[in-house]
Design a protein around this ligand. Structure first.
Ligand SMILES: Cc1cc2nc3c(=O)[nH]c(=O)nc-3n(C[C@H](O)[C@H](O)[C@H](O)COP(=O)(O)O)c2cc1C
Length: 443
């Protein structure tokens, strides 16, 4: 099914925003980021704006390997499923998407958590499957370095297949709770899996009945070849990093080819590029805000980040010179999407200083700045050119830009009939025009 509206998700890369040092911004929140009230206020504002879902990033480790020590420790956060469970109790409609690493968790536990979140939220959960590429994370789970790239993706593919079986291990009508006969569940509708794969061995069934949505909405973020294949086979949403309408159209075509191979229609996967919105009363004011953000990031942080992304220390190279020869992505064990982005900047002739500045401030998502009308114009252009099914809103500062967008840009999008002014009934899947998966065990 086609989308009937521009899908919007509101992202928390960090609790205070999606810039690496958002926490230093003058209006950034302080220690209240560890309190439910902070999130409740933000998420209720997003729900008033009928945002489709909030989306929590997660890493299972602290960034503390940067030589410049500036962004170090700045990714402290609440455990996301716990936070979403609390938010499910104070919201009614908004989708609740969380990242969980398939490399550093186990399918049975994950299937339980998301099935529970889906029941508690009446069908609003979503799982962003990541494979984790930071060595800081690996060292918290008995390893010295990240799992080898293709291995972490084949493990993730098996993980998702198994999680789906676990969610299906209870058919929808399995629970009888017949007090007269004493039969709790129809045993023909509860399935042992006896799953034995390359990575996991699980008997099943799950000890939580099938999620309201069948499965939570499955999300994949990032654009490496392995990542795209995983998404084409399993995901309902892809969070992408794209810089132009043309790139968006090509990315969609590439995905359509991959989806076809797995027998899935193009409409089965929604693509949401990330954007960094900066709302202002004029373009000049937006540029000032952007400049303030840039000023907060020491140059060395950017250089460290690019070095990390490409797996090479760039500090020894002339800062106003070109990016040196970079590793081959096919054998690179870090985050390939990021390596490829830096290679793009390299081919455009950007210097180390220029790339460091870009990467440290906005990552690789485009900044969409200006008045509400100018922002809505740009989003509408992407959407009507079929370069995006919607957007992942990566606010450079939270709460400031989050609240500005909800207050000022949403009414403009509503005037253009691009987003709804009330939630349609049903689950998150229903609202995204995604079918409820058929249970693979039902006859
Ligand atoms: C919008 C977006 C959000 C992401 N969120 C997370 C996250 O929360 N945790 C994480 O470990 N990786 C996250 N990633 C990283 C990707 O899942 C992936 O690891 C990265 O793009 C590199 O993977 P690759 O080597 O397959 O390209 C995110 C990527 C994007 C584009």
């Amino acid at each position: 099914m086609e989308n009937n509206h521009l899908i919007l998700t509101a992202f928390f890369f960090n609790p205070q925003g999606d810039n690496r040092v958002s926490w230093r911004y003058p209006s950034a929140a302080g220690k209240e980021i560890f309190d439910l009230e902070y999130y409740k206020k933000l998420v209720l504002a997003a729900e008033d704006a009928c945002i489709d879902a909030i989306f929590l990033a997660d890493h299972v480790g602290i960034w503390d390997s940067f030589p410049s020590n500036i962004p170090s420790y700045a990714n402290a956060r609440l455990e996301p499923i716990t936070l979403l469970a609390a938010l499910s109790a104070v919201t009614k409609n908004i989708g609740l998407i969380s990242t969980v690493s398939a490399s550093y968790s186990l399918p049975y536990n994950l299937a339980r958590s998301f099935a529970s979140l889906d029941h508690l939220s009446h069908g609003r959960s979503g799982w962003n499957v990541v494979t984790s590429g930071m060595d800081e994370e690996a060292r918290n789970f008995g390893r010295d370095a990240s799992i080898e790239h293709s291995n972490r993706y084949s493990r993730a593919a098996e993980y998702i297949t198994l999680a789906k079986e676990l969610w299906d291990s209870w058919e929808d009508e399995a629970i009888l709770m017949d007090k007269a006969s004493g039969i709790f569940a129809d045993k023909d509708k509860v399935h042992h899996l006896n799953f034995e794969g390359e990575f996991f061995k699980v008997r099943g069934p799950l000890n939580v009945p099938r999620p309201v949505q069948g499965y939570p909405v499955i999300v994949q973020a990032g654009g490496s070849d392995d990542g795209r294949n995983l998404a084409a086979k399993h995901a309902d949403l892809n969070f992408a990093l794209l810089r132009s309408i043309k790139e968006g159209q090509e990315y969609r075509e590439d995905f359509n080819r991959r989806l076809e191979k797995f027998g899935r229609p193009a409409s089965a996967l929604k693509i949401l590029p990330g954007i960094l919105p900066i709302v202002a009363s004029s373009m000049d004011e937006a540029a000032e805000k952007e400049a303030l953000l840039e000023k907060l990031v020491p140059e060395q942080v950017g250089i460290d980040l690019v070095s990390y992304w490409v797996g090479m220390d760039l500090s020894g190279y002339p800062i106003d010179g070109p990016i040196p020869a970079l590793p081959d992505e096919a054998s690179f064990n870090g985050q390939r999407t990021n390596l490829v982005k830096v290679k793009q900047y390299q081919s455009e002739g950007l210097t180390i200083r220029e790339v460091a500045k870009l990467v440290a401030n906005v990552g690789t998502a485009p900044t969409i700045k200006g008045t509400p009308k100018q922002i809505a114009d740009q989003l509408e252009e992407w959407f009507t050119a079929k370069a995006a099914d919607g957007f992942n809103l990566m606010f450079p500062t939270i709460p400031e830009e989050w609240m500005n967008f909800m207050r000022d840009v949403i009414p403009e999008l509503r005037r253009r009939n691009l987003v709804p002014s009330q939630y349609a009934p049903g689950t998150l899947r229903d609202r995204l025009n995604l079918p409820r998966p058929v249970n693979q065990f039902s006859k």
